[in-house]
Design a protein around this ligand. Structure first.
Ligand code: SAH
Length: 356
């Protein structure tokens, strides 16, 4: 009786992608199969990219046939756009029909995946395309892990780095994000330090990550050097004074011994004046951090401008002069609308695209 009940619950509610070896071993036993098949299942899911139990040729044929429709938790590729620089943006269709974006970014030695943590985003930052389409729901563990498996499969190459810089605010979905990180590390084999969680900052959540001793890199989208400008750009900043945010980051460094990255989008004339650079430097003085300057990538709904190279260089120079580690992030994938902040999957955009 009990076995039958748990079997049916697991069947309807347990997508296999994202599960650990122990979970897979337990599950396969509830299906009347020997424990060692858990290891085979693990290998087929994570190394061989099985999309259905039917694919797993080492399993008994009769059993595979009865399980052919069991959902593994894989998405389908709805659309892909390839940029001249090799970056590929995917629109992935989830089981419930939701569309999310994932970007694969190849470079000489790496393959980086930019993953989404939510369908849409509730933060509504002024300069970001994702928020313009509203928010639908959080992603589950398997839906995050699936994005990495999909990129791995499409590029026929192992993923080396993961950044949570796609759609959504990861710290509004901490449990699934942490579970996905765990799986990507333990089951797919990506080093914790090769993964970055990027957040606009949610009160109290950075402290929580510190207490959990997050080993992935924490990136904080600061984008402004004072509360007034930050509130203009980021509506949620009203509930989170910049001083409190920075204090939480200082504590994070103290507790984890790991530095924090700050992302600073450069919007010409809005937050890139020399006084802004000086103000930012004074906030960040004396703690282990790194600033990434991101020239604004244009989106249609708003009227910001990209900075010129000399403007960017001056801002950088002012920070360097004050001993702040800083680099400029040149976005990849601009011509495929796959760069930072350009990710959207609005229904009209998705419907206009041909299915592949
Ligand atoms: N919600 C998270 C992760 C998603 S955004 C966060 O805010 O960090 C990933 C990065 O892209 C963030 O730093 C974000 O501010 C930046 N970004 C958003 N819109 C952009 C745009 N139009 N041009 C350049 N960067 C942008």
């Amino acid at each position: 009786m009990i076995a039958a009940a748990s079997k049916s619950t697991l069947q309807t509610s347990f997508p296999l992608v994202g599960a650990s070896l122990a979970e897979l071993t337990e599950w396969i036993q509830t299906q009347g199969q020997p424990a060692y098949r858990g290891k085979q299942l693990h290998q087929w899911l994570y190394e061989r990219g099985a999309r259905s139990l039917m694919d797993i040729s080492v399993f008994p044929k009769a059993w595979r046939e009865t399980m052919a429709d069991y959902p593994l938790g894989r998405s389908t590729i709805h659309y892909r756009a390839e940029s001249r620089d090799g970056t590929i943006k995917f629109l992935l269709k989830l089981v419930d029909g939701s569309i999310i974006e994932t970007v694969g970014i190849p470079s000489e030695k790496r393959l980086t995946v930019c993953v989404s943590s939510q369908v849409g985003c509730p933060m509504n930052c002024d300069f970001c395309a994702t928020g313009k389409g509203g928010f639908t729901r959080n992603l589950d563990r398997h839906e995050i892990v699936d994005q990495v498996l999909t990129v791995q499969e499409e590029f026929q190459q192992r993923v080396s780095n993961v950044v949570f810089m796609g759609m959504g605010e990861p710290l509004l979905n901490v449990d699934s994000v942490l579970a996905a990180l765990q799986c990507m590390n333990q089951d797919i084999g990506i080093g914790m330090r090769m993964m970055t969680v990027s957040t606009v900052g949610i009160p109290g959540k950075i402290r929580k990550l510190a207490e959990l001793q997050l080993q992935a890199t924490l990136a904080v989208s600061i984008h402004a050097s004072n509360q007034r400008v930050r509130e203009q750009l980021i509506p949620s900043a009203r509930q989170y004074p910049i001083e409190t945010l920075i204090q939480e980051c200082r504590d994070y460094v103290k507790i984890t011994g790991r530095r924090v990255s700050f992302e600073y989008i450069i919007l010409s004339g809005t937050n890139d004046l020399p006084e802004h650079a000086r103000e930012l430097a004074s906030h960040l003085r004396g703690f282990q951090c790194h600033v990434n300057l991101i020239p604004y990538n244009p989106i249609t709904e708003v009227d910001y401008n990209r900075p010129t190279d000399p403007q960017l260089a001056e801002f950088k120079h002012i920070l360097e002069d004050r001993n702040i580690a800083v680099s400029i992030r040149r976005s990849r994938g601009l011509d495929a609308d796959a760069a930072c902040g350009q990710l959207r999957a609005s229904r009209s955009a998705a419907e206009a695209l041909t299915e592949v």
